[in-house]
Design a protein around this ligand. Structure first.
Ligand SMILES: Nc1ncnc2c1ncn2[C@@H]1O[C@H](COP(=O)(O)OP(=O)(O)O)[C@@H](O)[C@H]1O
Ligand SMILES: [Mg+2]
Length: 425
């Protein structure tokens, strides 16, 4: 008759610090990650204690070896809401400067609440950003470093439009063009300048290639046409000239509203590459507060090995300027999408994961769980949990530490996070 005995057994509730609990109940209770950071919600694994996080604090505490964050989960599980609350509180508490690439146009209420500048980019619009912008640190980088950075962006951009890698000739001519422009263009070069020089190569370039000017121009025609997509075809007016936007460095940051192209996945990839290039340039400031870069719907940048490689290069550069990147994707197989066709691609996605030591895993559909488990080295319990998480709850893997967090949206933040409005929920 155990049940009635248990029924009558009344023990006082035991309270202890999470540090004590985790030694009394090893593998059951977590000690938590500490209170350094902004409050995000309840850590279910530490008996309902608060959960706070800040990538720079986690880096300082040695929990992670880079400040980058990845949020993954099915649509509607609360990834963007978590990112918005995190940004809202990080700007408020730590005074972080934030740059957001917003493919759905859903960060505008947050921008209004925080006083972020909003740059709405759309074909034929008035606001323009130059992906070749040398940025405030450009002068210090030197022309060769600038040309190298621009070249990695243009390889990703042209590859996305052409759906292939650049040929060796295209690659060489592109590199020579950028070096030429870095040395000759007073101020900043634009994509139109790149197209003009590639279409009409300089004598020096012809000499290096040892072919006639007309032949050299013909062999890079496809790349010039690909640039035309941004210059005179469907995306014109967004990236085809000098930057017309003035950034307020004394303000809290900027939102790039890219919703005009959200319906077209192919255009979105090109636009995300160009937009990230500009954000990267403006974020690369030697001085100022630590910065956060948020790339919502970042799966569009993981569409191919070329763009993933570019994203990884941005991650690495960000580290030297005190930028924490926060990327939001749907499935972890987005990271793997290109991995099946070659080992090089697989290394890129694994490298990107290695450069992202804070992984925040929301609910995944059950067919994604095996992938997630393998890519992130999850335990079987963690993997099982992934398909059962409710909205707003995520498994946080911070370096080797784990937390299960129910994110809390404050009353004031609800209006910033609501993406269900149009569903009538
Ligand atoms: N922790 C939470 N508590 C309450 N509501 C939430 C929470 N997280 C998300 N929501 C709501 O769920 C809806 C979908 O969230 P959203 O962040 O847009 O999903 P996702 O970006 O994963 O597609 C939004 O309307 C948001 O307000
Ligand atoms: Mg979202």
């Amino acid at each position: 008759m155990i049940a009635p005995v248990l029924h009558r057994l009344r023990l006082p509730r035991h309270r202890a610090t999470t540090a004590h609990l985790s030694s009394v109940y090893p593998y059951v209770a977590e000690s938590g990650l500490g209170a350094a950071g902004v409050y995000l919600g309840i850590n279910v694994l530490s008996g309902g204690g608060g959960f706070a996080y800040d990538p720079f604090e986690a880096y300082r505490a040695g929990l992670v070896s880079n400040p980058n964050m990845l949020l993954a989960g099915e649509p509607g599980v609360g990834k963007s809401a978590t990112a918005k609350c995190f940004v809202y509180r990080s700007v408020g508490v730590f005074g972080r400067w934030v740059a957001i690439a917003d493919p759905k146009g859903e960060y505008l209420p947050l921008a209004e609440a925080l006083g972020l500048s909003v740059v709405k980019l759309h074909p034929g619009g008035t606001a323009r950003v130059n992906p070749l912008d040398p940025g405030p640190s450009g002068a210090g980088d030197g022309p060769d470093e600038l040309a190298r950075r621009q070249s990695s962006m243009l390889v990703a951009l042209l590859g996305s439009v052409l759906h292939r890698d650049l040929t060796p000739v295209e690659d060489a001519v592109l590199g020579w063009t950028l070096t030429h422009l870095a040395r000759t263009a007073r101020g900043e070069a634009t994509l139109a300048d790149v197209a003009a020089v590639m279409a009409d190569p300089t004598p020096e370039m012809c000499e290096r290639a040892r072919v006639e000017r007309a032949d050299l121009a013909r062999s890079v025609e496809a790349a010039v046409y690909a640039l035309g997509k941004l210059l005179d075809r469907s995306l014109r007016g967004m990236f085809d000239g000098r930057t017309t936007v003035r950034l307020d460095w004394d303000g809290p940051g900027v939102v790039l509203d890219l919703s005009a192209v959200h319906h077209d996945p192919e255009a979105l990839t090109v636009v995300m590459v160009a937009a990230t290039a500009w954000l990267q340039a403006v974020l690369a400031r030697p001085a100022g507060p630590p910065r956060l870069q948020v790339l919502d719907e970042a799966w569009s940048l993981l569409a191919s090995e070329r763009t993933s490689r570019y994203l990884q290069a941005c991650w690495k550069l960000g580290r030297s300027y005190g930028v924490a990147n926060l990327a939001i994707v749907h499935r972890l197989s987005d990271l793997r999408a290109q991995a099946d066709d070659g080992t090089a691609a697989s290394k890129v996605s694994m490298g990107l994961l290695a450069d992202t030591q804070t992984r925040i895993l929301f609910r995944q559909s059950s067919d994604q769980v095996a992938d997630a488990r393998e890519l992130l080295d999850l335990t079987s319990t963690e993997a099982k949990l992934l398909s059962r998480l409710c909205r707003g709850r995520a498994l946080w893997k911070v370096g080797s530490r784990t937390a299960l967090v129910q994110h809390l949206v404050g009353p004031r933040e609800q209006a910033l996070c609501d993406t269900d409005g149009r569903m009538g929920a």
